[in-house]
Design a protein around this ligand. Structure first.
Ligand code: SDX
Length: 428
């Protein structure tokens, strides 16, 4: 007998079906609640509200589990590559050799962007934040590819838009960095793999090609894998709700980039390094900053700590922390900011305030240290997150379109003024 939930409202009993997911997560299907009872639910920040069923990513916040299409993040981080993970997220299965080669070739073919797009960069001030540049340029891609306007046009047209996005975003991102430096842009070299190509577009200069260090390229590929998707987070939910209006995929992804920019979300990786630098420059007293984070009168929060879902460790943070040590050792870098991070983590994990609130380091706490070691400027850290998250956003959008989800339109409880008549200006 299927499980149900009973609500007793105004003396009436209403029964709603309970849905059980493949990992035994339970949800009360209240899609008929308002029609039957006139009531809506209220859940600011959607902390208890499922927006959709999804087969893409599974998280268990209590057990620190993260898997993409059933494969654990630990296995994928160790054995896969970013483009293979992108295929897995978008298509639902690991590709065979031919499928992976075709996917890689389709990405390689589209890494160049229309030369006209360089004019956009000239219009931005050099101090423009690269997330604002990236969001604008991704949205402008729909102008260069008008056939992408209709998300239901054809599977081939959707696939072409997907290839163009995954291929062109690293180019657009690297060019925003070159624009900030007032340096000439560097064009993609398609004989290189995805991470290597991005690095050479970021760091080559006319007089000298960037020397690719395999340790650096592998570390970047790992970071992209770890950021590739995270179910219904703020930016993925934004991509879904924008796409639910049948706006094109470029517009939906641009909206996701905007949502990711915030320091409570993807912008945290930039905020973590700025915080650690401040602590270092302020004498390295981590206790002083823990006290600030606990002080309700102080807006300071420990950036890179806490998570809406993980109330235990964030499995990505564990993997990145180990990669930090490996990459810095391989590059012979001794970064005092890493020492501060480890001191801060140890102190916070032993502090009752953080223990009581189950606040642990999240994906953003250590990632910035590797980006720094690679030479990525701090302002580009969230752009790195966006490059990694792109296939996840695409997979979420594709699932939403293919399952014909209705346009997203939440309800509210009105608390404003009751009906009143207009008062002439002379009488106010
Ligand atoms: C990402 O959702 C995702 O999946 C996101 C992400 C992804 O891959 O897409 O994982 C990526 O966004 C990671 C999170 C990056 N953000 C930060 O590191 C910013 C710092 N963290 C916080 O602002 C906070 O922890 C959030 C935003 C991440 C989560 O906030 P919640 O779930 O809304 O929790 P909350 O704000 O209600 O906090 C609960 C309590 C509060 O204290 P009390 O009111 O109970 O006394 O914990 C406290 C908060 O004040 N708290 C913190 C804290 N985070 C929460 N106190 C100090 N420092 C912090 N970092």
């Amino acid at each position: 007998m299927s499980e149900t939930a009973k609500f007793i409202l105004d003396g009436e009993t209403y029964e709603f079906p309970v849905t059980t997911g493949s990992e035994n997560e339970k949800g009360i299907d209240i899609s008929k609640l308002r029609g039957q009872s006139g009531y809506v639910t209220l859940d600011p920040g959607y902390k208890n509200t499922g927006a959709t069923e999804s087969a893409i990513t599974f998280l268990d916040g209590e057990k620190g589990i993260l898997s993409y299409r059933g494969y654990s993040i630990e296995e994928l981080a160790e054995k896969s590559t970013f483009l293979e993970v992108a295929y897995l997220l978008i298509e639902g299965e690991l590709p065979n050799k031919e499928q992976l080669e075709d996917f890689n070739e389709n990405i390689r073919k589209h890494t160049l962007v229309a030369e006209d797009m360089r004019k956009f960069y000239q219009a931005f001030p050099h101090h423009a934040h690269p997330m604002g540049v990236l969001g604008s340029l991704v949205n402008s891609l729909s102008s260069f590819y008008p056939e992408s306007q209709d998300p239901n046009r054809s599977e081939d047209a959707v696939d072409l838009t997907i290839y163009r996005l995954i291929a062109k975003v690293p180019t657009l991102a690297a060019w925003s960095h070159k624009n900030a430096q007032r340096h000439p842009v560097v064009y993609p070299k398609n004989e290189l793999n995805y991470s290597e190509n991005f690095l050479q577009m970021m760091f080559s200069v006319p007089s000298e090609d960037y020397k690719i260090d395999p340790v650096v390229a592998k570390a970047l590929d790992l970071l992209f894998i770890l950021h590739a998707d995270h179910e219904q987070n703020c930016s993925a939910s934004t991509v879904r709700i924008v796409g639910s209006s049948q706006a094109n995929l470029y517009a939906s992804i641009s909206a996701g980039i905007s949502a990711l920019w915030g320091p409570l979300h993807g912008g945290a990786n930039q905020a973590v390094i700025e915080m650690l630098e401040n602590i270092k420059n302020d004498g390295g007293d981590v206790t002083k900053y823990l006290d600030k984070a606990k002080d309700k009168n102080d807006p300071f929060r420990l950036m890179g700590f806490g998570h809406r879902v993980y109330k235990n460790f964030d499995p990505r943070a564990r993997i990145i922390k180990k990669a930090c040590d490996d990459v810095l050792d391989a590059l012979g870098i001794d970064d005092p900011v890493l020492d501060i991070a480890k001191k801060l983590e140890k102190a916070a994990l032993e502090d009752q305030y953080f223990v009581d609130r189950k606040l642990y380091p999240n994906v953003d706490f250590y990632s910035g240290i590797i980006y720094r070691a690679i030479g990525i400027p701090t302002e580009m850290f969230t752009v790195m997150f966006a490059i990694g998250r792109l296939p996840g956003w695409i997979a979420q959008w594709k699932e939403m379109i293919e399952t014909k989800q209705p346009i997203g339109r939440p309800r509210q409880i009105y608390t404003g003024a009751n009906a009143r008549n207009y008062v002439e200006l002379s009488k106010r």
